[in-house]
Design a protein around this ligand. Structure first.
Ligand SMILES: [Fe+2]
Length: 334
């Protein structure tokens, strides 16, 4: 037991200790308490920051991987389309659509692209414009022409190749050397013209229109279809047309199927959108990807394979379209 003097001495020593630490009375107790308290608090704050940082880095890495994938990995997408007026002998006829290449190369001499085309087993290959790029995308048009020549020389060995111009061909100032090269390589250039696809005594019409950026006095699509109907009757009709927003106009012409590109899939594809940025830099464009139908006319739009300025795609892989024509037999379809 302590006597009163001893207790006073203990209290005095205790107050001296607080005084030495620069604090006084009850306030010193709170301050000392808070020093310990804040020391304990710092650990969970740092830990939380580390977790947030790791999550952010993971998200950025994921976005980077998605961005690279969106611009590098080719995606092939198949569309089986059924028609009552398609001659039965063409059941299973396959068309590979390559659009908006813009001078791009996938692998050495586009070998990845050619392999993907071969794997699709096409009966014909349709190149629907913008094979070269007017902005040059860091590659002179002359170099793009060489790339295009190497590509089409391989494609014509896979299947007959048909070509229509896009806006970039006309804007590049190189449309004439491009068309000459394509003709020399054996590509069928359809400039408001058509070619019959023949099999087993039956045929259908494959037509193609120049891009509206072409000559002002060129044949218009309705005039072309008039000529086709006069010469070929009401044969099954496929139209190659670079621009993707004439479905309404084409549907009144009774065209069965339109194959288009131009939109680049709206560049960035997010859920519940049809792409974010259109070819005229419009926000939330339409008709940018896949199958659309109106009044009995189908239109399949490729998201394209290339870009204007470097890598501008996100969640929008370079797109190879395969259309398989099927004869519509109602009794065979559920
Ligand atoms: Fe394009």
């Amino acid at each position: 037991m302590y006597n009163n003097e001893e207790i006073d001495e203990i209290i005095q020593k205790s107050e001296n200790i607080y005084a030495d630490s620069g604090t006084q009375g009850t306030g010193s107790r709170r301050k000392t308490g808070s020093w310990r308290f804040s020391g304990n608090k710092r650990k969970p704050v740092n830990k939380r920051r580390r977790v947030i940082l790791i999550v952010l880095v993971c998200i950025l890495l994921l976005l980077l991987i998605l961005y690279i994938d969106s611009n590098v990995r080719l995606v092939t997408e198949e569309y089986k389309l059924y028609y009552e007026n398609l001659p039965e002998v063409f059941d299973g006829f396959r068309i590979v659509v390559l659009s908006d290449i813009h001078g791009a190369e996938y692998g050495q001499d586009n070998d990845r692209l050619v392999k993907a085309v071969i794997a699709a087993k096409p009966d014909i290959i349709a190149i629907t414009g913008d094979l070269i790029d007017r902005f040059q995308s860091g590659r002179p048009v002359e170099r793009q022409l060489e790339t295009a020549e190497t590509l089409v020389k391989m494609l014509v060995r896979v299947a007959p190749v048909y070509f229509v111009t896009g806006n970039h061909e006309w804007d590049s100032g190189m449309v004439r050397p491009l068309l000459d090269m394509l003709n020399e390589c054996g590509v069928h250039v359809l400039r408001n013209q058509y070619a019959l696809q023949k099999r087993g005594g039956e045929s259908f019409v494959l037509a193609g229109v120049d891009d509206p950026n072409g000559p002002a006095d060129m044949l218009k699509p309705d005039e072309l279809v008039d000529r086709i109907r006069t010469a070929e009757g009401d044969k099954f009709l496929i139209l190659l047309s670079h621009r993707n927003y004439y479905l309404k106009e084409y549907s009144v012409l009774g065209i069965d199927l339109v194959l288009s590109g131009h939109s680049h899939g709206g560049m960035v594809r997010l859920p519940l959108t049809d792409g974010l940025i259109g070819p005229q830099y419009e926000f939330m464009p339409t008709y940018t990807n896949g199958l659309y139908s109106l009044n009995g006319t189908d239109m399949v739009v490729s998201r394209g394979l290339g870009n204007h300025f470097g890598w501008t795609r996100f969640l929008n892989n370079p797109h190879i379209v395969v259309v398989e024509l099927k004869v519509n037999k109602p009794d065979m379809i559920d």
